[in-house]
Design a protein around this ligand. Sequence first.
Ligand code: NAD
Length: 496
Amino acid sequence: MIAEELEVAAFLKSQPKKLFIGGRWTDAADGKTFETLDPSTGEILARVAEAAAEDVDRAVAAARKSFDRGTWRDLPPAERAAALWKIGDMIEERATELAQLETLDNGMPINDALLFHAPLAAATFRYYAGWVTKLDGATQQVSLPGKYLSYTLREPIGVVGQIIPWNFPLLMAAWKLAPALACGNSVVLKPSEETPLSALMLAELIQQAEVPDGVVNVVPGRGEIAGARLAAHSDVDKIAFTGSTEVGKLIARASADSNLKRVSLELGGKSPNIVFADADLTRAVSGAFFGIFFNQGQVCSAGSRLFVQEKVYDQTLDELLKTVAETRIGPGIDPVTQMGPLVSKTQMERVLGYISVGNREGARLLAGGGRPAGLDSGYFVKPTVFAHVDSNMRIAREEIFGPVVSAIPFTDEDDLVAKANSTIYGLVAGVWTSNVARAHRVAHALKAGTVYVNCYHIVDPVTPWGGYKQSGWGRELGPHALDLYTEIKNVIVDIA
Ligand code: NAD
């Protein structure tokens, strides 16, 4: 039951939620729907039309039509910029509803949704609104005999398919849509089947901001059906994917097997968060806690491998355990909650499975290790700390995507860098030290797309985001995302 006093109750009242295709709210062609649950209770939150291949085809056709007609890409840049800015404003105005929706669908604490996710989504639209009027080309100095004017244009790629995960549903939608639209593309967005609701509310705002019909289409549906169709579609020019490394490989394969559409991938991680003995330990411990337990550990960049220099290993873990013991676990919608439920029963079982693996592998369980008492109907897992983890253990190698940290001791810098880099992933890393030279030395030696020094999980629309190795291809955010959503055209004119 959704409390009537919640601002978002009105949005949830009209069900089933529909697909958004070509500017219209529509049922799936076969009339199918699926349920999305509130993970804090296991109850049904909403019924949602479930896109199948035919619906994805309809959405791609609508996007193609809008792109070919130039209804968006040919608008004066200042008008497109104004529409994106307006979407940012509308996210801000509707932040309470969006945050409630995010919390009810995903489980995250309401304060995180309200103070972090919604404002950052608004800021992302505003940041890319600024780029619309600045998508400049360049001129080249040609040395061949004769006289040539050579210049470049940045053009939109065309129809862009975007597939996003459930961990930060609204924010991932903003990171995908804002730069793609800034560059003049038309988009088909497939949110996760676990958390489709905030993307649908965002589509309402985009419609109200008068983005022309067909430019943005939103088709919730199952990954292996709707997602796979989008990735394999030969009329989609580019696919942008955020999700697991396993599915990322399927996306790359689908592109190769269809039309070699452009691909960008934001994938998994197993990030090292590193505490040197010379660090400010109070800050390092709170950074270690935040690094792994924010969003219940369901963060691609979670600091899931906590490397601590031997000299301060016991002290750091003692302090971390005190913070863990004080953590308030409960439904995300309760404002005092610091940790909510995991997104689904499947995810809870996967995380509990990894905890059993850790126990079997001989890691020392210092805290957590199961479900909290009294919250049986939701998908809660206690913040869990394993100590004396060996780098070869599965819990130190595989992405758990839950509130489980593996603490690993190290001796010196060389030992640390080798251990920290020994992973298939390379998304982010954290370094806690008071030695400036060491901070930079280690930051340069780590193979990661982002290195945080004396901070963690700092993300802003201007900071490039993406991974080394199997954490992905390409960089989102900042000006880098413009490269993901444009083609460079070179025009050479004989002017002799
Ligand atoms: P997932 O890979 O299972 O699903 C992601 C999306 O892909 C969903 O929309 C899903 O429906 C779709 N999908 C699933 N199978 C598909 C298929 N065969 N073809 C096309 N689409 C398919 O990931 P998830 O469980 O939703 O999210 C967790 C993962 O996402 C973690 O690995 C996490 O690290 C990663 N992630 C990465 C970033 C980043 O920026 N690097 C951000 C958030 C999450």
